[in-house]
Write a protein that binds this ligand. Structure first.
Ligand SMILES: [Zn+2]
Length: 320
């Protein structure tokens, strides 16, 4: 939480007392823990967190655009393709790591993706990729939805649609993904939440922080579930990241991103996996890139991601 933004009447939705009560602490480690209690407890204790630039630990977009489609494409394809330059870009010509994993015999038909934003059908090229992408107002459960999926689908259809048909509220994406996890036990599950970006664009700092806080709680819920199931327990990795940053050089600019916003290429990621050493927050100098995530994900699962385009190498320090 940034007190300058919380105190600004343009952004605090008339609710600065609530923001200070809920998220403020005088020291920054206390603040970040109030906002993201799971990241700064379980992930800090058992995983690795990258991107604190105060220690010279840098994670950047490699693509020059710093907005969503190019960012998600870079994460998933391991390639910063400069021709992928619009949120309206057609189906992605580049192979993504989920598609690659779905081609491996061990994972065939056991890979699935959920995204609050409609663009994931194109970013992951659902038509070509061979796995289901449930995005925005798509129904979950296919032709034989469970009772839970039927309820989620009905509520999604009748829900408040602040972003029209482009994006649903994260709660639907999360519950649909959790039900898939419980009902179908996928081996690879991708979930893309979207609310923080939308609330930021409309300058609503209370909604922005609450959406971020809620995602942390959902990540905990996912982790608690997998650690309660014998088929997942102690052999499942969580990889958590973001498509772009929002900079913090100019306080008024937090609502936006893209290459006109200073430092909006600054991102972070965290990993929780029995296959890695517990290191917590990384405090050594390094320069990492978003394009390295795809190969890192493949290596966590024991594969080397190969595609027709160049694939950036995995993040070595994760495995050391
Ligand atoms: Zn945005």
């Amino acid at each position: 939480m940034d007190s300058a933004i919380a105190n600004n009447q343009r952004f605090n939705q008339g609710d600065s007392a609530y923001l200070f009560e809920k998220y403020w602490s005088n020291d920054e480690t206390g603040r970040r823990k109030k906002l993201f209690p799971f990241l700064w407890s379980t992930v800090q204790a058992h995983g690795q967190l990258y991107g604190n630039r105060a220690f010279g630990n840098k994670v950047n977009n490699a693509n020059p655009y710093w907005f969503s489609y190019p960012g998600y494409s870079e994460i998933m394809t391991g390639y910063a393709d400069t021709t992928v330059n619009s949120n309206d870009f057609p189906p992605n010509p580049n192979t993504n790591v989920l598609e690659f994993l779905n081609r491996q015999s061990k994972f065939k038909g056991r890979v699935t993706a959920f995204g609050a934003w409609e663009a994931f059908d194109r970013i992951l090229n659902e038509q070509r990729s061979g796995f289901r992408v449930t995005s925005a107002f798509d129904k979950s459960g296919g032709n034989h939805p469970t009772a839970q999926q039927q309820l989620i689908n009905s509520m999604l259809l009748d829900s408040y649609k602040p972003w029209h048909e482009d994006e649903c509220l994260d709660v639907f994406t999360h519950y649909a993904a959790m039900e898939e996890l419980k009902a179908k036990k996928p081996k690879v599950l991708y979930i893309a939440y979207g609310e923080t970006d939308e609330w930021a664009h409309s300058g609503q700092y209370r909604n922005y922080l609450n959406a971020a806080h809620q995602v942390d709680a959902w990540i905990k819920q996912i982790w608690d579930y997998v650690q309660s199931q014998p088929q997942y327990k102690n052999k499942t990795a969580l990889f958590i990241t973001t498509d772009h940053g929002r900079g913090d050089a100019v306080k008024e600019e937090w609502t936006s991103h893209g290459n006109s916003i200073k430092d909006a290429y600054e991102i972070w990621f965290a990993v929780l996996s029995p296959a890695i050493t517990s290191k917590g927050e990384m405090k050594t100098e390094m320069q990492l890139y978003q394009k390295q995530f795809a190969q890192t994900i493949a290596k966590l699962l024991g594969y080397t991601f190969k595609a027709d385009h160049p694939v950036a190498e995995e993040i070595g320090p994760v495995f050391k």
